[in-house]
Design a binder for this molecule. Sequence first.
Ligand code: HEM
Length: 157
Amino acid sequence: MTKLLLSLHVLAAIVAVGPVTVAASMFPPAARRAAPADGTDPGPRAAGTVELLHRICRVYAGLGALVPVLGLATGLAMGVLGDAWLVTSVFLTAVAAGLLIALVLPRQGELVAQVTEGRPVEPRSTVQLAMFTGVFNLLWATVTVLMIVRPGSTTGA
Ligand code: HEM
């Protein structure tokens, strides 16, 4: 049972968090290209790309909720929920999720509206979004390393 839960947990992390990482990292430059500061025509597909990237982030972020749920179930089955490495991981996962829900996704939504309505996009807003996205990526990468290294753990390899 533990092995099944752990497999599903890791699968969910790969399938859900992977696409969010890629799409969210591609979003700020795509938004910049879709609304060039010099007023040149970005082409008909630019706004569609920005919308699609935002939809990938939203949908896969929803799927990503499975990662902590399955992670907690795995931790419960293994009896490691009180371990320091896991408590730290839960905290960092919560910060990453909060960052995605409170800052990254809403700001992407604002930029999608600006781009599709043909309103100018301030370079500062895409730079700020790129920064939040970078911190999000760093947080979950840290969690992945913690999950593998498990500092202080005496169970497993
Ligand atoms: C609430 C958050 C989380 C909890 C409670 C949790 C819990 C766990 C547990 C108990 C294990 C088994 C460790 C072992 O074999 O001793 C594990 C493994 C793993 N977790 Fe998580 N996890 C969480 C979030 C995440 C996130 C956000 C990611 C990556 C996006 C992730 C990626 C992994 C990976 C790759 C492994 C396999 C490590 C290995 O077996 O070498 N986890 N997790």
